[in-house]
Design a protein around this ligand. Structure first.
Ligand SMILES: [Zn+2]
Ligand SMILES: [Zn+2]
Length: 238
């Protein structure tokens, strides 16, 4: 079923995971840092007004858009200065895991699924000034809600992406919602589709908005069951 070329390329990449790599700290520590930042921000919220809660959907919407854009334009195109991200994603993650071979086979393969451990610090560093501006110019609570939501989104992204690549028998993968979202990501992992379709990893909101939701029905020209828009299918366009 799996061709030997894929197996050979897969093995070459997995073999390059350094011997010092430790899967458990990579899984746990960034999540703890993210949760700590999130809990800190929650404890700073005082005298909350209901209208300030609108910062949650606003932040989530921006995060969906950011996820779609970065995945399409940075993870699948070599941008000067950010080539290492492209290498990690398209030349490693997508070579090891294809639409026909999604599950991880060992804990060491977490290195090829999770973002680098320092990414959580980068996310916090990028979001802190934005949260400060929101707290200064909108309302203090809005800044903290932005921080809570953006860190929560980052953690959700990491955990959901991991869920999609868990071994087949894992109980988390059997949850119906996870299975449905995983199918969206699995289709993105098809080499001929990865540069043009299904860029959202969490919830495919901006794939719906941009018309980049691929399905077999859509390719066959049949009415799609959900999430389809008017653009004609052109797998491989970039
Ligand atoms: Zn993936
Ligand atoms: Zn991708």
């Amino acid at each position: 079923m799996m061709d030997s070329v894929h197996e050979r390329h897969r093995r070459a990449i997995v073999d390059r995971v350094p011997s010092w790599y430790r899967p458990l700290p990579h899984l746990v520590l960034p999540s703890l840092v993210g949760l700590a930042a999130l809990i800190f921000a929650v404890t700073r919220i005082h005298a909350l007004r209901p209208i300030e809660l609108l910062a949650i959907p606003a932040t989530v919407l921006v995060a969906f858009a950011f996820e779609w854009r970065v995945h399409r334009s940075v993870l699948h195109r070599r941008v000067p200065g950010l080539g290492i991200i492209y290498d990690r994603h398209e030349l490693q993650h997508h070579v090891v895991f294809t639409d026909e071979d999604m599950p991880m086979r060992s804990a060491r393969e977490l290195q090829l699924i999770l973002m680098p451990a320092y990414a959580v610090l980068l996310i916090a560093l990028v979001n802190a000034p934005l949260a400060y501006l929101a707290s200064r110019f909108v309302a203090p609570n809005v800044g903290y809600i932005y921080l809570v939501t953006s860190m929560g989104f980052f953690l959700t992204y990491e955990w959901m992406h991991l869920a999609y690549h868990l071994p087949e028998a894992h109980p988390i993968g059997r949850i119906r919602l996870v299975a449905r979202l995983r199918e969206h990501h699995r289709r993105h992992h098809a080499p001929r589709l990865m540069r043009a379709w299904n860029f959202n990893v969490t919830v495919p909101v901006f794939d719906w908005i941009h018309g980049t939701t691929w399905s077999p029905e859509r390719e066959a020209g049949r009415p799609a069951r959900r999430g389809s828009r008017g653009r004609s299918p052109a797998p491989g366009r970039s």
